[in-house]
Design a protein around this ligand. Structure first.
Ligand code: FAD
Length: 501
């Protein structure tokens, strides 16, 4: 029976896993070891809606506590300066809307443009975050929103939250790992401490001390789909820039740049491929775009994942398990899913060794990572915005893997959901079919059913877009919405963020 869990790593992944295990298994002893010399990675600021359902649903953290302590900003999605025309990627499932009575998905009307396809898209375009309530000055808060969070503030709050839950934190550097019979028995720290436990979590970031170095698990590279391997990161204190309700992803000559919005700061980073641009060239292009940027640093990374995430009595989470660039803000999403997967598997398996539970959970984690790779691959393969050597190389060589079949289906049939259960089982998918369809439409990938709409559907489309534009125009800005959400009179509806487990 597992009674004692030791987590190596006190970054976002380590503390989220500790909180997840302790919240759902309060009798477990949970300890976190973190290195005071190595510190945390300190980047990781954009999220999707999954993080909010995890935080406020699965971890039961009241939104008001989180807003007070971490001061997140709000995002409705990602604005892509990508493809033939800028477009908005939302978390709202816009392409599932249908024309009546035919049932034709609205995506068939989006060949020219995705503008105003739903109210969330129109809100983003207008720089607004929530619709205004007809009954007063407060917002109609939408649960399909994500956060922008400063990593250091998130980890500081996580540490305080862990203390409240009774999680022990040990400062020290790993010296060696004791193993027997394919399992880890104990970690030895450089100060001589020996820490034995029944179960270990590797949350040691890119160092992957347990899953990689100690256990020698093979690494699956994603380098045939994702060519970028470095990011130059910087930012500046906000002055008169509007606080935007989205992350921006902008095409650059050898990759792409993010812009993340915090109430007091703008953070930018340029993810690039070192085979096509030197650090100095990337820094120069980044600075030319962002003259206000202060000091920068370069963060190298290796896209890919370990072939197994749960080996014997070790489970890897966060950057220790795998990494893909933050083009769709998926690392916090992955951490949230990994924490739920392990916590639930241990509960369902009675906190005992359970081969089938371990093997299936391990496969599920691998599938999660691979779907993200496939999703990102289409962003690279079909982006026509720039004609640089890097982008020409992407259009010719990016391997689509699991997305190949989806793309071929789309090219022949357009953005239909009729075979969704066969193409991408919705319950298992992160982005769902609408995520893939939205990017293919946004990048102007042609399909064979461009002529599908009737005259009546075209008229409905014009009415729908006008109605969405009106909602967007009247919405609340992020500043206005945050003022309400921080107001002590604001009350969250109980169960607003439902647990997705
Ligand atoms: C350029 C870039 C941009 C990113 N942007 C985003 C984003 O927008 N959204 C998003 O969701 N994610 C983003 N990420 C991913 C983000 O970094 C992770 O989501 C998140 O911070 C998880 O980090 P971690 O806890 O796995 O690792 P870390 O923060 O690196 O933590 C590792 C922990 O392990 C400890 N440790 C390591 N080795 C040892 C040792 N030998 N002994 C003792 N302790 C040890 C460290 O001290 C630390 O406490 C980005 C990453 C990069 C590189």
């Amino acid at each position: 029976m597992i009674q004692d869990v030791l987590i190596l790593g006190g970054g976002t992944a380590g503390f989220f896993m500790a909180a997840s295990l302790k919240t759902h298994h309060p009798r477990l002893r949970v300890r976190v070891v973190r290195s005071p010399t190595l510190g945390i990675i300190g980047v990781g600021e954009g999220s999707t809606t999954d993080l909010l359902r995890f935080l406020h649903g699965f971890l039961r953290v009241p939104p008001e506590e989180f807003y007070r302590a971490v001061k997140p900003s709000l995002k409705l999605g990602i604005k892509f300066l990508w493809g033939k025309e800028d477009y908005h990627y939302t978390f709202s499932g816009a392409l599932r809307q249908k024309f009546e009575p035919s049932g034709t998905p609205v995506g068939f009307a989006c060949g020219e443009s995705l503008a105003d396809v739903d109210a969330v898209t129109s809100l983003m375009a207008a720089g607004k975050v929530f619709p205004r309530s007809p009954e007063g000055p407060w917002p109609l808060v939408n649960p399909t929103v994500g956060y922008h969070i400063e990593n250091a503030e998130l980890v500081a709050w996580l540490e305080a939250h862990a203390a409240k839950l009774g999680i022990e934190v040990i400062d020290g550097d790993l010296a060696s790992v004791e193993q027997a019979d394919g399992e880890i028995q104990a970690l030895r720290l450089q100060d001589g401490q020996r820490l034995a436990a029944d179960f270990f979590v590797d949350a040691s970031g890119f160092r992957a001390e347990l899953i990689g170095k100690a256990l020698g698990t093979p690494f699956i590279s994603y380098a045939d789909s994702l060519f970028c391997d470095k990011a130059v990161v910087g930012g500046w204190a906000r002055t008169d820039e509007p606080l935007l309700p989205y992350t921006t992803a902008e095409t650059m000559s050898a990759g792409w740049a993010w812009q993340i919005e915090h109430p007091g700061r703008i953070n930018r980073g340029y993810v690039y491929c070192s085979r096509f641009q030197s650090d100095a060239e990337a820094e120069a292009e980044f600075r030319a775009k962002n003259p206000k940027v202060g000091p920068t640093r370069v963060v190298p990374f290796v896209p890919g994942r370990y072939a197994h995430q749960w080996v014997g009595n070790v489970f890897a989470v966060g950057n220790a398990a795998g990494f893909v660039e933050p083009l769709e803000a998926t690392s916090l999403l992955c951490i949230a899913h990994e924490c739920r997967f392990l916590t639930t598997a241990l509960a369902e398996g009675g906190l005992r060794k359970n081969h089938s539970m371990r093997a299936s959970t391990d496969r599920l984690c691998g599938r999660l990572w691979d779907e993200i790779r496939d999703f990102l691959a289409i962003h690279y393969r079909f982006n026509q915005r720039l004609d640089t050597p890097f982008w020409r190389h992407c259009r010719e060589h990016v391997a689509l893997h699991g997305a190949q079949r989806l793309v071929e289906f789309y090219q022949e049939n357009g953005p239909t959901f009729c075979l969704e259960v066969e193409l991408l089982t919705p319950a298992q998918s992160i982005f769902q079919l609408e995520g893939f369809w939205l990017h293919l439409l946004g990048m102007g990938v042609p399909h064979g059913r461009e002529d599908r709409l009737s005259a009546a559907e075209r008229a409905q489309w014009a009415t729908l877009r006008a109605a969405n534009r009106a909602v967007g125009a009247q919405g609340l800005t992020v500043e206005e919405a945050l003022r309400v959400l921080h107001d002590p009179r604001w009350r969250w509806t109980p169960g607003f963020y439902k647990d997705i487990a």
